[in-house]
Design a protein around this ligand. Structure first.
Ligand code: NAI
Ligand code: AKG
Length: 368
């Protein structure tokens, strides 16, 4: 494999191998032009090392755009740990991971993502200060899926406005893929508002949690299997599980008017944005909609404050409407308009900061 062409566009990729704990991790720093790289750490039993590398490269690039769009002074990075989160986690493994993060000397900050929890990072925090999103008792900002879910709700309101002229969430139907930390919170809010839902999850416990709540308020929730979710006759599809789910096969099946969800990297390829547009489906770029968690962990710079985070998360509503308008007026897809907006912002700002180094920006001690 030609490694440098593979990582083209990224500043740095670090392979972390600690034989005593079994840690195999990859940290990808896509860009530090706006500040040190920030992004969560996934733990998944990847089928191959190539698949893990592919995932971390795509995710870290997405973080650069997400940071630019959310207007936070961080750049894009991400980490993946190759392993089964149900079997392979140990405190030592996360401490070893923390030591590798520390070795980057402030160029990379990290926290939870799929397969990892704030508790895991309490172990990493013993080795490095470059950890965000742990619980309040450890000096962090706590559960970042709360602002992420709130951001999805703002995204849904903005999309309803674009489609119907009204923000109203009620009286509409939504199909939700994944009822985990984010999806469940979004689903609960929607049924409280009087919406009808189609939902799916591969974990029955997650479905049961929603059904219990739905029963108490008499809400309409239809559970479908994981393949049927794409054909649900809903107004808006809300992907809150894995990436790559918008592709030629699923676009064919979609009957919704819009796609607005938290999952990272929803489009398998950027040209699937064009296919959605051709089918008349409005696409809310994922990294605009799901920035609430990032906004919260980035806000730890100023010591955690939930009220301020929710205020900042509100900006997702206007950002999304601006992107819809920009795309319409320039004849672009919404993902092209969002990417263009972010690239212009990075270019304009990075004239002051071509790359991050700890010596140059010493204020970046998130937790002192
Ligand atoms: N938690 C956060 O603050 C943020 C999350 N995201 C993204 O949002 C998505 C969801 O994140 P979380 O809720 O935190 O993850 P999670 O791991 O808590 O929930 C994911 C849910 O999806 C379900 N699932 C997995 N495969 C499925 C399938 N094939 N069909 C249906 N359901 C399936 C899982 O059983 C689980 O309940 C991920 O892509 C994540 O990267 C993005 C930004 C921030
Ligand atoms: O939660 C974090 O640590 C940073 C945010 C992030 O990784 C994401 O938005 O995907």
């Amino acid at each position: 494999m030609n490694m440098f062409s593979k990582i083209s566009g990224h500043e740095q990729v670090v392979f972390c191998n600690d034989e005593s704990t079994g840690l195999k991790a990859i940290i990808a720093i896509h860009s530090t032009r706006l500040g040190p790289a920030l992004g969560g750490c996934r733990m998944l039993p990847y089928a191959s090392e190539e698949e893990a590398l592919e995932d971390v490269l795509r995710l870290s690039k997405g973080m650069t755009y997400k940071c630019a769009a959310a207007d936070v002074d961080f750049g894009g990075g991400k980490a993946v740990i190759i392993g089964d989160p149900r079997k392979d986690k140990t405190p030592e493994l996360f401490r070893a991971f923390g030591q590798f993060v520390e070795s980057l000397n402030g160029r990379f900050y990290t926290g939870t993502d799929m397969g990892t929890s704030p508790e895991d990072f309490v172990h990493a925090l013993r080795e490095t200060n470059c950890i965000v999103g742990v619980d309040e008792v450890y000096g962090g900002s706590g559960d970042s899926s709360i602002p992420t879910a709130q951001g999805v709700i703002y995204g849904l309101q903005a999309t309803n406005r674009a489609l119907t002229g009204s923000d109203d969430l009620a009286g509409k139907s939504y199909s939700i893929q994944g009822l985990g930390k984010v999806g469940l919170k979004v689903a609960e809010r929607l049924i409280e508002e009087g919406a009808d839902l189609y939902v799916t999850d591969i974990n029955q416990q997650a479905i049961d949690k929603l059904l219990t709540k739905a029963k108490t308020i008499g809400a309409g929730v239809k559970v479908v299997n994981k393949e049927e979710i794409y054909q649900a006759n809903a107004d808006i599809f809300i992907p809150c599980a894995m990436g790559g789910i918008i592709n030629s096969e699923t676009i064919e099946q979609l009957r919704v008017k819009a796609v607005v969800g938290s999952a990272n990297n929803q489009l398998l390829e950027v040209n699937h944005g064009q296919s959605l547009k051709e089918k008349g489906i409005l696409y809310a770029p994922d990294y605009i909609v799901n920035a609430g968690g990032l906004i919260q962990v980035a806000d730890e710079l100023y010591t955690p404050n939930k009220e301020r985070v929710l205020q900042k998360t509100k900006a997702i509503y206007n950002s999304l409407l601006n992107i819809y308008e920009d795309a319409e007026s320039k004849g672009l897809t919404t993902i092209e308009a969002a990417n263009q907006f972010c690239e212009n912002r990075i270019e304009a700002r990075s004239r002051r900061n071509s790359f991050f180094s700890h010596m140059k920006r010493p204020k970046w001690a998130v937790r002192t």
